[in-house]
Design a protein around this ligand. Structure first.
Ligand code: ADP
Length: 274
């Protein structure tokens, strides 16, 4: 699904004394099948932007296009349900939204709610649990008896069980240990590559953005100040410094390799500096 934001502005508590403008004139095109990273400091507007990607928030100004659906400031939006089915959002600490009696039921909840037959919902849940490294015996347990890392996996499986065509990830590895982080990021990468899932990753981690994304946008004070491919964005250390950001280690490593080779590489190395 192609996603476009055109001159999007957003104000919380608009037209009240508490009005807080969080987005200004954001233009961003996320083509179908791409892996878009959105980075920026806390308070730069990333979460606000993300909530426009499935109509949770409607723009105060401008236009959001989600596939064939257009959401325009000041106009009543059409039925958002079909789009919400196609865009899966993994919110920060998604395990806080677990609620069902068993892990299996929790993963099946979304599909059942959207009319997927029980057998198919269960099949999806079992396949996903396996892909996410959740042992079979876990499926009948209460999600609240699991470790933090396992709970996170259950919550992610619940989003994937809807078989979305777009996956939006808001700091999906926050609070996980390095091994858990790597496994989950690799899973998303795999889904993106194998299934062509359009992926939008909101992250603080420049390293993850450099390693996984094919497009990067930088948010600063509610504006999208830079967007493009990771080589161009991360290669411009002066511009990054203007926004108090430093080039990721993988990019600095690549620069070293290029200096030794005597010519530039046309994509980022996925190898980390030793
Ligand atoms: P980020 O995700 O990059 O940390 P946010 O989108 O959460 O940034 O926040 C952008 C700005 O909007 C911040 O100044 C924040 O304080 C403000 N903000 C976020 N949520 C609300 C809200 N519910 N009400 C009022 N202001 C908010």
């Amino acid at each position: 699904m192609d996603i476009q934001l055109q001159q999007v502005g957003y104000a919380y508590a608009k037209d009240t004394p508490f009005e807080k403008r969080a987005l200004f004139d954001v233009n961003l095109h996320i083509p179908s099948g791409s892996y878009q990273a959105i980075i920026g400091h806390t308070g730069s507007g990333k979460s606000t932007l993300l909530q426009h990607l499935n109509g949770l928030l409607k723009p105060s100004e401008g236009i959001v296009k989600l596939g064939d659906l257009t959401i325009e400031a000041g106009k009543k939006a059409k039925n958002l349900k079909p789009v919400r089915q196609q865009i899966g959002i993994v919110f920060q600490f998604p395990e806080h939204q677990l609620f069902d009696e068993t892990v299996l039921k929790d993963i099946m909840f979304g599909p059942l709610n959207f009319g997927v037959p029980r057998e198919e919902a269960e099949r999806r849940a079992r396949v996903l649990a396996d892909q996410l490294g959740l042992p079979e015996e876990v499926l009948e347990k209460s999600p609240f008896d699991l470790s933090g890392g396992q709970m996170r996996r259950v919550a992610i499986a619940g989003v994937l069980a809807m078989e979305p065509s777009v996956l939006v990830l808001d700091e999906p590895t926050a609070g996980l240990d390095p091994r858990g982080r790597q496994e989950i990021m690799d899973l998303f990468h795999h889904l993106h590559m194998e299934k062509g899932l359009t992926t939008v990753l909101v992250t603080h981690s420049m390293e993850d953005a450099a390693r996984y994304a094919d497009r990067v946008a930088i948010m600063h004070d509610g504006r999208c100040v830079l967007s493009g491919n990771p080589i161009d964005i991360f290669g411009d250390e002066e511009r990054l410094a203007e926004y108090r950001l430093a080039a990721p280690r993988v990019v600095r490593f690549q620069r070293k390799v290029e200096a030794q080779l005597g010519y530039p590489l046309d994509r980022l190395c996925l190898t980390e500096e030793q």
